[in-house]
Design a protein around this ligand. Sequence first.
Ligand SMILES: Nc1nc2c(ncn2[C@@H]2O[C@H](COP(=O)(O)OP(=O)(O)OP(=O)(O)O)[C@@H](O)[C@H]2O)c(=O)[nH]1
Ligand SMILES: [Mg+2]
Length: 451
Amino acid sequence: MTSDQTENEKGGFASKLLPFIKKQTRSFKENYFCKRIRLGVTGLSKSGKTTFITSLIYQLQRDPTLQVSIVPDFPRDAKAFPYGDNITRLLSKNPQWPESTKEESEICLKIMFGKKEIFLEIVDYPGEWLLDLPMLEKSYAQWSENLQDYLKNIQETGLDWVDKAAFLSRNEQEMGETELNDKILEIADDYRKWLLKLKDKGFAYLQPGRFVLPDNQADLYTYVNFFPWVWEKDMPVQSALLKKLQQRYEAYKTEKIIPFYTHFKNLNKQIVLIDCLGHLQKGHKSWRDLKFALYELLKNFSYGMQNWLLSRLFHSFKIEGILFVATKADYVSHEAKRIETLTGILKSVAVEASEKIFDKKLERNKIKYRSVASVAVQSINYEGDQNCYYFPNGTDGIELPKMLTREYIENFKEEVGKVFFSPLAPVAVGADEELPNIEMYNVIDFILGDK
Ligand SMILES: Nc1nc2c(ncn2[C@@H]2O[C@H](COP(=O)(O)OP(=O)(O)OP(=O)(O)O)[C@@H](O)[C@H]2O)c(=O)[nH]1
Ligand SMILES: [Mg+2]
């Protein structure tokens, strides 16, 4: 090696190292001298995430004790959360809910709180994608076994796509490569359509999420090309079909789930939104499915206290506090008794789903439960509030159940059928009025209360 080469290499090494050190120092400064909260707003499809995040930003900006601004140029590598569009829709003369989310987006708020400076980062994404997270830790065989049990549990048998797949696996030897590929695509598409039907019935545990909600139309052709092996317990030792399904399952994980997860996993606070009323309306199957889906989801996050310095240096967070929220509480009106009942229902589903996961990792006072309306569909009248929609108290409608037995939920469904309303538009507010909400201040307290 010549001395020139050595110098060049040294220079090369130093010039590579310098930006690294600068980056580490910058991130150390950023994280050491100011507080950074990575908030995960977790919730199944249509649980109210986008409306909730929009309302949260709106309420934070109106809090007289805080100075809140949206950090420009954030995020550098993803789409910005469309706060402006969402709030304009909600405040317009004919108010509209935010559009259903089709892609991931992020926002960062700079919050001055006395002399303290806090950066609050929030990620929004389509609820359907969240259900992919449990697939990460499963092989194709484990995933298939899991879905086999799932089909039994939800009592779905005699399915067309399963019969077709069983037939294909018995006859694959007689087929050429092209025919086999075509058949796989056909069954994968049938499987996708079946998932969509399940969604309509109120089921939440629908995998893969992008079959139900693709990133874009092109994904329908590129990724909807596998299905679970659910027609027999033991998989064959040699099968071209099995090999293709396994490979495509793994490709989906690598190309779709992992990039989403890496953006999403580093959280230090989590808010889990649950549309309890929506699931109750759809009956006990939907309710049971909700519990199962929640359990499978929460398993994917890390909970517990973390080493403060290490976490900030290496950007690896643990969730130190969780708030479960029953959304759309305006459907039961603001009366304290009914809000409490809704929170009780929320607790019953959340505790059952998360007990084993939090076991000794989170202290009880770090787990909170609240009922909230991000944007109420009516002006809230705090005294003698009779104007509620889905679950009025008494003669015209039905009361929320005190105990959630299976029988109750079945009957509940029937009763609700009689007084069913389609989703209502948010209330129109005047230029000098504010968007009505229920108990959003509790959410702000959860986020900033310990800072
Ligand atoms: N009454 C009432 N309805 C709400 C509220 N928040 C959301 N909704 C209803 O729930 C629907 C879904 O809300 P979104 O905020 O889009 O839910 P999401 O979880 O972001 O849904 P995806 O992005 O599709 O996963 C809205 O279109 C409204 O009909 C609320 O505070 N009160
Ligand atoms: Mg959304």
